[in-house]
Design a protein around this ligand. Structure first.
Ligand SMILES: [Zn+2]
Ligand SMILES: [Zn+2]
Length: 111
């Protein structure tokens, strides 16, 4: 059911990186549909870049959450314009002990 869409026209670069190969994600609008595609490996998604980019991807043993962002230290060592930066989930701040996220387990006998 492949439609013969001209694959090389109308793409704009997005500030996102492919979660598979770290290539740049491009987007193209077709009517109501926005299509996202990796410039390098051809990964595709319809509707939102988060389906193919690094945003929200859990990385490494500590569970860093990746976010695509402009490279803050662009230079010879990291020449890419955009990078996927990992941050630990904001859970342990240390100074405040507010419980803002109560969990209710069905049938739980514990509080
Ligand atoms: Zn890719
Ligand atoms: Zn992204």
């Amino acid at each position: 059911m492949d439609m013969p869409v001209p694959d090389d026209q109308g793409w704009d670069f997005e500030p996102h990186l492919c979660r598979t190969c770290r290539g740049r994600i491009m987007s193209r609008t077709d009517g109501d549909t926005v299509e996202y595609r990796c410039a390098s490996c051809g990964n595709r998604a319809i509707g939102q870049p988060e389906d193919v980019c690094c945003c929200g991807v859990t990385w490494g043993t500590h569970g860093h959450i990746l976010t695509c962002q402009k490279n803050p230290a662009k230079g010879p060592q990291v020449p890419q314009e955009y990078v996927a930066k990992g941050e630990l989930p904001k859970r342990e701040r240390g100074s405040q002990k507010r419980r803002t996220n109560p969990v209710h387990l069905p049938g739980s006998m514990f509080e």
